[in-house]
Design a protein around this ligand. Sequence first.
Ligand SMILES: Cc1ncc(COP(=O)(O)O)c(C=O)c1O
Length: 471
Amino acid sequence: MLRRPIALEIEKSPRGPLFLAIAEAIACDIARGRLEAGTLLPGTRALARQLNVHRNTVDAAYQELLTQGWLRAEPARGTFVAEDLPQGMPLSGAEPNSSPPKPLRPTFGFTDGAPDPRLVPNNALARSFRRALMSPAFREGSDYGDACGTLSLRQALVSYLASDRGVVADPGRLLITRGSQMALFLAAKAVAEPGAIIAVEEPGYPLAWDAFRAAGAEVRGIPVDSGGLSIDELEDAMGRDRRIRAVYVTPHHQYPTTVTMGAARRMQLLELAQRHGLTVIEDDYDHEYRFEGRPVLPLAARVPADLPLIYIGSLSKLLSPGIRLGYALAPGSVLARMAAARAAIDRQGDAPLEAALAELIREGDLGRHARKARRVYRTRRDLLAAALSEMLGERVRFDLPAGGLAIWLRVTDASAQLWAERARKAGLALLPGKHFALGRPAPEGFRLGYAALAEAQISRAVDILSQTWPG
Ligand SMILES: Cc1ncc(COP(=O)(O)O)c(C=O)c1O
């Protein structure tokens, strides 16, 4: 494919860093259709020469646009305008050849805890996927597979769960799903008859509430404090309403506050569940990211044999949310109901993807990736924590989380919602407390998912936070 020079108009003395001005100019040209999807951009050296800037400046601009999804890079081929452009851009109003629109300020921001897609072991995954596609099992297998998922992946996950998390299971009790979202829906379908209630953490994970409601259940918020879900409040709620059949928890890193449920409270929860026949739905979405202290094992590692617990995991944080793979470990009868409900909407999962993931686990690629990602994210967490303390001082409070891909930032004397609006106007996306509230007043805070931000972006994000404080 031919590389053509692109004529860019860059502000002479931009207010922010020069690389951002270049990124804005390119994003602007993409938004108005002058640079079409699939266009190959000039190499960084050529564009640097053309603009008379240092090559690193162009490189930083491309990196920024790659992170935000405006561009995509192909090893050995170059950098292209992305096909799936970021949402919220003014494509519809932009007419080609119209007078130049006001420069766009590309937004970037904190996610709710997404990983960095640049770290995904794409080559290893692509090799394994190719092998799976070319394997006789796939090329000669002419029928549907098991609704519970490819056996090789269930076996690989079972040994991974045993060695890394102390969860001992049998492949026959494992169901592979398209992400944990599907597992949450199936769990609710299996344990809550229409009108039954699932108790959930508040603040908590709204997509779980959506999944439970879609399955016909109601949700009831139970407060979370510095030790995680309040078991006393849960017990009170169960006393008031006998329709509570299950409780959904994120005990390893509570979503969104990041706190880890301590040993005493875990015992209290399991004891309560056992006494009342309450199903525990444990969502262990980012287990790999524990940065210090002793490992904390899931509830599923300690659960008494007669307690109905559904343990749910995901590869979205370990690899990428675009790779739709999750799993649920459940008692046999519950698993059978979940598998039947799954088969009704989606006969089976993606067999070659599942086989490829099984190979990545068996060959140790996934473990190596987890170790590398842990190192990178720990550095980013520390950088963010240092910048928050230094630049925001008394305006915020936070506890350094022992794990997970987010910091929960409490705002001391201002409205988090207002702060988020001001930051957005300055180009920074934030998730304030109202995103995680079910009925109680929204907490004044932000979930700062930092893992997808490069070091320079973290500093810039905190800089914007500091400049936009509404107090
Ligand atoms: C609490 C929680 N559970 C689960 C997930 C993973 O969802 P999925 O596996 O469907 O991508 C996420 C991802 O954001 C999450 O925050």
